[in-house]
Design a protein around this ligand. Structure first.
Ligand SMILES: C[S@@+](CC[C@H](N)C(=O)[O-])C[C@H]1O[C@@H](n2cnc3c(N)ncnc32)[C@H](O)[C@@H]1O
Length: 271
């Protein structure tokens, strides 16, 4: 299992020069991406608008690569990892699930297949990746499971019902989000989360200075995100067992501070 590299600052000149020397063949691709991202940032100064056009461009080239998988085999494996983890933590068919940043349903199709019909709701800022998600639904023959897929402009979740979702899941979304976007989510997610529900998200963890690369990848300290959740009345804890899996990001679980799940006494959250 590759160890997570939580010390390195990927934005530093030293790291970038060292990386270029170690991987010279990747330099042209990095420069091309960097030029494209600079141009897009100038045209779409707000983060969500910018990231939406990054996703449009990436999805047109390859939807699987747009969500971070360079082969179909990896796409399937990453989806299975997410599903198996939540299943091992007590996901049940009767649960109602919200997936934030569902992409082209890399994990979503597995949740849709497993949950009772109508119990899965995926949201994403990218209409293009949601159209690719429809392709996934068709390919997997899941039309009768009646999932809902909704494009969103922000993470206020204002159109969703109160205390409705038992499980909320965001994989590899906050790793692409500035703190203001994460805070917007944490400020509103408690309203839609059922009392004994839980919200898992992954993030790119650093134990050094927080930093970002091309405004595409953001690195946070665990305590920053735990404190942000507390500011909005939520309990958050680092998921040690996720660290054992071969994945570069870390995971935090958020619950209502007063719920059984927060104290590890819930029947559903901690199995
Ligand atoms: C790396 S992909 C991961 C997709 C999916 N979670 C998976 O594991 O396959 C990140 C997804 O999050 C979406 N996204 C990024 N920022 C978002 C935001 N603020 N709100 C909702 N979706 C967002 C992107 O459009 C993209 O589909």
């Amino acid at each position: 299992m590759p160890a997570k590299n939580v010390e390195v600052n990927r934005a530093s000149l030293g790291h970038r020069v060292g990386y270029a020397l170690r991987h010279p063949r990747r330099v042209p691709r990095y420069l091309k991406r960097s030029a494209r991202d600079t141009w897009l940032r100038l045209r779409w100064p707000d983060h969500v608008g910018y990231y939406r056009v990054v996703m449009r461009s990436d999805t047109r080239a390859d939807p699987d690569a747009a969500v971070g998988s360079l082969s179909r085999e990896r796409w399937l494996a990453l989806g299975a990892m997410q599903f198996d983890y939540l299943h091992g933590h007590g996901l049940r068919p009767g649960h109602r699930m919200l997936e934030i940043g569902c992409g082209n349903l890399r994990a979503g199709w597995r949740f849709i297949e497993y949950l009772d019909p109508g119990h899965y709701h995926g949201i994403d800022i990218s209409p293009d990746i949601l159209i690719a998600a429809q392709d996934t639904l068709e390919r997997q023959g899941l039309q009768d499971r009646l999932p809902t897929l909704t494009p969103v402009r922000d993470l206020t979740l204002r159109f969703l019902p109160t205390a409705h979702f038992d499980v909320i899941h965001a994989h590899s979304v906050f790793s692409h989000s500035p703190l203001s976007v994460i805070e917007e989510c944490l400020a509103h997610v408690g309203r839609v989360l059922a009392l004994d529900g839980w919200f898992d998200f992954t993030f790119d963890r650093t134990e050094g200075a927080e930093h970002q690369v091309l405004r595409e990848d953001f690195y946070y300290r665990t305590e920053t995100l735990v404190a942000l959740a507390a500011k909005h009345g939520l309990a958050a804890r680092f998921m040690d067992d996720w660290e054992e899996l071969p994945h570069g990001q870390s995971k935090i679980r958020v619950t209502h501070a007063t719920s059984g799940a927060a104290h590890g006494t819930s029947g559903t959250a901690e199995r």
